[in-house]
Design a protein around this ligand. Structure first.
Ligand SMILES: [Zn+2]
Length: 290
């Protein structure tokens, strides 16, 4: 083969590989499109499934005594629970309470596709067993269950990541995609500092879900003279609570920089029958973003 032929042959080879490379790139692009399409179809199917499940529940011939737990999917008679007993409060199987079932439905409606499909880092304060189990089931969730007293959790078989005081969170700025804290802030001495820490460790496009017991009043009740367990029990409804939040907890969260949306029971669009079956009660969910 002469020099000219050699050049020609290697140039042909180059063109051959180039064409193949472009063909593969194209195929790859098409596969990615197909994958996105399948993810969308999957989300759609999940939605339809949930809808159908609820239609079936509505139609099922349940006695008026029965409840249905949306978390564990079992039919039973919920049991009374609480210091002041609340009728039909707890699912006897998974031990979920009214607010757990509400927050579970809220998560399922709004975030389940993120938990299932995106790699996220999730910080969970004072983890309730139900949500500890819920979050650990997702392969894509890098889960950080924490509390100021991890030993108590260890005794109950829940392994926490580390001891964390919400007023001084030992993580870097903007580390977490998702933060969840329910019934924690009312136990924290300096709640403004704690809220500031939640803001600090949340990513720019992250979301922090906060739930606190609410008095129903506009203003938070918090007085220095209520400094004994008895007085706290009397005024705040619990000897371990340091205040009784009013609706102004939204302004407190905003004061550290959060944008706050309030999600209500009605936002779940449940039928009256479902509300009765699930026994979910209004509990405001503060959706905090940056
Ligand atoms: Zn249950």
């Amino acid at each position: 083969m002469g020099f000219k032929d050699k050049v020609l042959s290697s140039s042909n080879q180059f063109n051959y590989y180039k064409d193949n490379y472009e063909k593969l790139l194209n195929e790859n692009k098409q596969l990615k499109q197909k994958q996105n399409q399948l993810i969308e179809e999957n989300e759609q199917l999940i939605k339809e499934f949930e809808l159908n499940k609820q239609i079936i529940i509505n139609k099922e011939n349940l006695s008026t005594e029965s409840n249905y737990c949306p978390y564990c999917g079992r039919i039973s008679n919920f049991e009374p629970y609480g210091v002041v007993k609340r009728e039909k409060a707890m699912c006897p199987y998974c031990k979920s309470l009214e607010r757990h079932r509400l927050i579970y439905l809220f998560f399922e409606r709004n975030y389940s596709s993120i938990f299932k499909n995106k790699d996220i880092k999730l910080l969970h304060f004072a983890p309730e067993r139900i949500f500890y189990n819920y979050f650990t089931q997702f392969d894509h969730v890098d889960y950080y269950p924490v509390d100021i007293d991890p030993e108590t959790y260890a005794k109950r078989g829940l392994k926490l990541k580390m001891k964390v005081n919400m007023e001084e969170v030992p993580y870097g700025d903007e580390e977490f995609d998702f933060i969840y804290n329910s019934h924690v802030l009312e136990h924290v001495p300096n709640d403004f500092k704690a809220m500031g820490e939640l803001y600090r460790v949340l990513k720019q496009d992250g979301v922090c879900i906060t739930v606190v017991p609410l008095s129903g009043n506009e203003e938070t009740l918090e007085k220095e003279e209520y400094n004994t367990p008895e007085l706290r029990e009397k005024h705040y409804g619990n000897k371990d609570h340091l205040r009784f939040y009013g609706l102004d907890v939204k302004q407190r969260l905003e004061s550290v920089g959060f944008k706050v949306k309030v999600s209500k029971l009605e936002d779940l669009n449940l039928t009256e029958k479902e509300i009765e079956l699930f026994n979910v009660k209004e509990s405001l969910i503060f959706v905090c973003t940056k």
